[in-house]
Ligand binder design. Structure first.
Ligand code: SAM
Length: 215
C-alpha cells in the first residue's frame, strides 16, 4: 500500500500539469533542450534511454529520432497525448508511460541513459527519486540532468517564466550529494538563455549534471 504522502502527490502532479498542457500548442516547444542535444553523444548508440517527466515529449521524441529506444514517463495524461501526437507526426516509436514517478515501479539496471530535463521533485521525495534514477541505469550508464537553481528566482522577479516553487529548486551542491554514488563527469551552474516554447524564454540560471553509474 502506498504511503499517505505518495498517494496525496499522485492525485496532484498529473492534474496540475494537465492544466498547463490543456493550452493549445506545445508550451515548451517541440525542439529538444539544448543541453540534451549537446550531451546526448555520451549515450551508447541506439541504447535504451529513460526520459522521466517528459512533458509534451519534445526530448523523448528527439532522442527516438536519433535512433535511441526511448521510454517516456509523464504524470500528465494530456502531456502524454501530445507527446504521442508529436511522435506520430515525426514517424517515431516510443514506449509511453502515463505514471507518477513517485509510485512508478522503476526498472533496475535497465537503461543506458536518462535525460531528466527540468524535472523538479518535492524535497521529501527528491533524493529517493534521484537514487532510483541512478539505480535504473546499467553500470556505466549516463544521466543528463538540467534544472533551475535558486538564482533563477531573480530572473522570475524580472518577469521571466519557468521553474518550480523555491523549495524545489536545485543547486550543484545538492546534486553532488544526491548523486554521491556516481562518477560526476560534469557539474556546474550557469547563466543561460532559453528559447523553449512560451514557458522557458530568455535568461535563466540552471544547474547541469552529467553523472555516470559506476561500472
Ligand atoms: C517543467 S516540465 C518539463 C517537461 C519536459 N521535461 C521538458 O523539458 O519539456 C516538468 C514535467 O515533469 C513532470 N513531472 C514532475 N514530477 C513528476 C512525477 N513525480 N511523475 C511524473 N512526471 C512528473 C511534470 O508532469 C511535467 O510534465
Amino acid at each position: 500500500m502506498m504511503s499517505g504522502g505518495t498517494a496525496a502527490r499522485d492525485t496532484v502532479t498529473g492534474p496540475k500539469w494537465d492544466r498547463q498542457y490543456v493550452e493549445a500548442g506545445y508550451i515548451f516547444g517541440t525542439a529538444p533542450n539544448i543541453f540534451l542535444t549537446a550531451e546526448a553523444h555520451r549515450f551508447a548508440p541506439k541504447g535504451r534511454i529513460l526520459v522521466p517527466g517528459d512533458g509534451e515529449g519534445r526530448n523523448g521524441v528527439w532522442l527516438a529520432e536519433q535512433g535511441f529506444a526511448v521510454t517516456s514517463v509523464e504524470a500528465s495524461a494530456i502531456g502524454v497525448e501530445k507527446a504521442r501526437a508529436l511522435a506520430a507526426e515525426r514517424g517515431v516509436h516510443l514506449d509511453f508511460v502515463n505514471a507518477n514517478l513517485d509510485s512508478w515501479h522503476w526498472p533496475v539496471g535497465t537503461f543506458d541513459g536518462i535525460a531528466a530535463i527540468f524535472v523538479h521533485f518535492e524535497p521529501h521525495v527528491r533524493q529517493s527519486m534521484h537514487h532510483r534514477m541512478l539505480g535504473a541505469l546499467k553500470p556505466g550508464g549516463i544521466l543528463l540532468l538540467e534544472a533551475f537553481t535558486p538564482k533563477h528566482v531573480e530572473n522570475r522577479k524580472a518577469g521571466r517564466r519557468g521553474g518550480p516553487p523555491p523549495e524545489m529548486l536545485y543547486t550543484a551542491e545538492l546534486l553532488r550529494e544526491d548523486f554521491a554514488g556516481a562518477d560526476i563527469e560534469l557539474l556546474h551552474e550557469a547563466d543561460v538563455r532559453l528559447d523553449e516554447g512560451t514557458r522557458h524564454q530568455g535568461r535563466a540560471h540552471v544547474v547541469r549534471l552529467v553523472a555516470r553509474r559506476a561500472a
